[in-house]
Design a protein. Structure first.
Length: 105
């Protein structure tokens, strides 16, 4: 399935709009990872463990969004937006949303 942040797809005609689809995931941070990230912040550098968890959360949200679009009969999702929000003190929510469409072949 084609997933894009743009509202059109060059060379393709959209024959049907199914509507908004989304996928959400919430991840929790654990104490050890928080402690190690704090040390990296103090000394500088990137937090590989947080980056890995964020990538996994993003992929999960995108997969859920694509599954919803497939159930509608779509073969593409346009106008995709990714949003990252904190939930409480130790949770992060990743949301992917876009418009499910049918592209003519």
């Amino acid at each position: 399935m084609l997933v894009t942040t743009t509202n059109t797809i060059e060379g393709k005609r959209i024959s049907r709009y199914f509507g908004i689809v989304s996928g959400e995931t919430i991840i929790g941070a654990n104490v050890f990872r928080d402690f190690m990230a704090g040390i990296r912040d103090f000394f500088g550098g990137r937090s590989g463990s947080y980056e890995k968890v964020l990538r996994e959360a993003k992929e999960t949200a995108l997969q859920e969004m694509q599954q919803q679009a497939q159930l509608m009969g779509a073969n593409a999702i346009i106008g995709v937006d990714l949003d990252y929000e904190t939930v409480g003190e130790s949770m992060l929510m990743v949301t992917a949303a876009g418009t499910a469409v049918l592209l003519e072949e």
